[in-house]
Design a binder for this molecule. Sequence first.
Ligand SMILES: *[C@@H]1O[C@H](CO)[C@@H](O)[C@H](O)[C@H]1NC(C)=O
Ligand SMILES: *[C@@H]1O[C@H](CO)[C@@H](O)[C@H](O)[C@H]1NC(C)=O
Length: 363
Amino acid sequence: MHVLGMLSGLLVLLAACSGPAHSAIITENNLPILWAEASSQLSDLPQQDNIVTINPWNYQQRMTLYRLQLAASDQYMGSMGPNTTEGNPLWSLPLQLGWKLRSGRLLDPTSATTCGQESDSMCISGQSWWACVNYYLSVIPFLAAVQKGVIGDGQLQVQIQTPSDAVQDYCTSYTDCSTKFPDLMAKWEAFYQGMKDLSVAAITDVEKKDQILGLMWAAQQFSLQTASSTCQEKLEHYSYPEKAFAESWLSSADFVAATHFQSTVERSVVFMTPLPSRVLREGDQAPNIQDLSPEENHTLSIFNWMRNMNSVLGGTLVRMWRHAMCSQKAREQGQTLLQDLTLNPKFALTTVFSILSEMSTNC
Ligand SMILES: *[C@@H]1O[C@H](CO)[C@@H](O)[C@H](O)[C@H]1NC(C)=O
Ligand SMILES: *[C@@H]1O[C@H](CO)[C@@H](O)[C@H](O)[C@H]1NC(C)=O
């Protein structure tokens, strides 16, 4: 315990010395990209006979799905800190969407259409792997929030438009989506229901927070798991380095989720800023990609390391990590460790194993 305490103190110090990482711009006025352009009221959306229609293949409308979820969930996030708007852990989702837009990951990777290019910059392509994965992190949670009456009055129906440039393999309503992905929908409904129930439960704020975050990360992980098989074909449109990055990006969520990370704007930006600011091309090899910043180069190398290490060890790293994150206190230490691992170039990767086993013995 003492060793770990000293070690993490030292690491925090080192991380502070290496200065904040900055490369990609993923916020505007400390909010996700084009947040102000997204609607903040359900009534702003086209509506007829109590059916709201949404086009998630337009960036602002997809962002609206997030803006409505954030606004509607604030009142249940009292355990997240004195300011529930700032403490809301759903912020990482719209921030990620902004990074995907700015890094060119939402455009049509087949180049068959101009969707997402300068002339049609708000278009989200149905062929983009990143947009496909995000579908399960935006549309599905939104439908669950509507179903649970967190958004709307519980009577509202939502119709989701299909993309114009892709085979129509996306689900389009609560009924359709929950038929195709029953377990996934159940996870997001459990998050929204749990958030409501826990907000008034007779437990401490620290426990509420940890449990709400646990439900949110369980749902997010299920989304990624669903997306990794459902969106698989779309990965073929990308270079080998981009595919490898995409896969390690998916598995990085395992590490973040296990710590029950409170993904506010401030805390998420730290992890997202060093993500690659453009789609990777054939021949890109971290940490030697000339037009990326040292921080982006570093993050990519760590992603590759985590992925390789985990596959060499047959999933042992993830298992060790999950096992070590056995208590609320351990999960807090895990968040620090994650920060050191991804942001501190001086951090010796091999020490991860000794730290994890040390943590595990305290479970
Ligand atoms: C909470 O934070 C937001 C964003 O920083 C700010 O606009 C708002 O005024 C704050 N609310 C309160 C009650 O302090
Ligand atoms: C990315 O890393 C490589 C090697 O470390 C370096 O040559 C390249 O200049 C880096 N990018 C920047 C902007 O530092």
